[in-house]
Design a protein around this ligand. Structure first.
Ligand code: OAD
Length: 251
């Protein structure tokens, strides 16, 4: 008998954007092999050397503006559309779909995803540590940049979550994990909590759990089903099978 999935939560990581030309963190040549994350991804690092941190995010922002979504981003946007449309056709069905990304790039939204939460923030936004305002940002910033809202210099920072800071939207993500019956993790190494713990939370709620990754992640043994390969291949294939009601592996 085929499982009757209704509510899907998908978690993505840097691997889904790798084929768009954005580097991952922990692969060979990954960002954390070139930079010490304590210098560029912690509040203490920013306090010590804000210019280094701004330069790091300026370079990533420029790189992102040149990048395009790949087949995996498009497949998830199409899956969301089809899943929600299917729910609307079934009277009383409580279909739901949530895409949670650890990525700070905007490739999911450029591909058309709408039910999307950026738990680690967004590279194309800046936040003022003085007045708290959050604005779009497509240009370089530095320690002299002026906040467009409070007009003071020196308080802007990338709107990204650093190590030691609380990821965004945790309450909403928690609720979705408790309620979902299918959890899919894509292109993440499973090294960073709380995201690395989502599979265990989804399992507690009795969800089926699937990993789609280039290679088995740290948390591979926690998933009931796994498919290995580049995201641009495995994600469209898995999404089309899911929509067709063909499940490659049952639990
Ligand atoms: P990682 O760099 O830790 O892991 C990327 C994963 O993607 C690895 O398991 C790769 O095998 C896989 N991968 C690489 N290329 C792929 C491809 N073409 N298709 C599919 N999978 C591929 O990145 P994340 O797990 O996203 O946080 O890292 C999590 C967090 O650590 C990031 O959000 C960031 C980082 O430090 C903060 O900065 C707070």
């Amino acid at each position: 008998m085929q499982p009757d999935y209704r509510r899907i939560v998908i978690l993505t990581g840097a691997g889904i954007s790798a084929e768009s030309g954005l580097g991952t963190f922990r692969d060979k040549d990954g960002l954390w092999t070139k930079y010490d994350l304590r210098d560029v991804a912690t509040p203490e690092g920013f306090a010590r050397n804000p210019t280094l941190v701004h330069d790091f995010y300026n370079a990533r922002r420029r790189n992102l503006l040149d990048a395009e979504p790949n087949a995996a981003h498009f497949a998830l946007a199409e899956l969301e559309q089809a899943w929600m449309a299917r729910g609307r056709k079934i009277t009383g069905a409580d279909h739901d779909f949530l895409l949670v990304t650890q990525n700070v790039d905007d490739l999911h939204e450029r591909a058309g995803s709408e039910r999307l939460l950026h738990m680690h923030g967004e590279l194309l936004k800046i936040r003022c540590e003085n007045c708290g305002s959050i604005r779009e940002c497509r240009t370089d910033i530095d320690i002299a940049s002026v906040c467009p809202a409070c007009e003071l210099p020196g308080y802007l920072r990338p709107h990204v979550v650093w190590f030691g800071e609380m990821p965004f939207y945790m309450d909403r993500i928690q609720q979705a994990l408790e309620a979902c019956d299918l959890f899919i993790s894509i292109g993440t190494s499973g090294n960073v909590y709380p995201a690395a713990g989502f599979v265990a939370e989804a399992r507690r709620g009795k969800a089926h759990t699937v990993e789609l990754n280039l290679e088995p992640s740290e948390g591979r043994s926690l998933f009931r089903e796994a498919h290995e390969g580049p995201a641009s291949e495995v994600v469209p294939l898995y999404a089309s099978r899911l929509l067709a009601g063909e499940y490659t592996q049952m639990w």
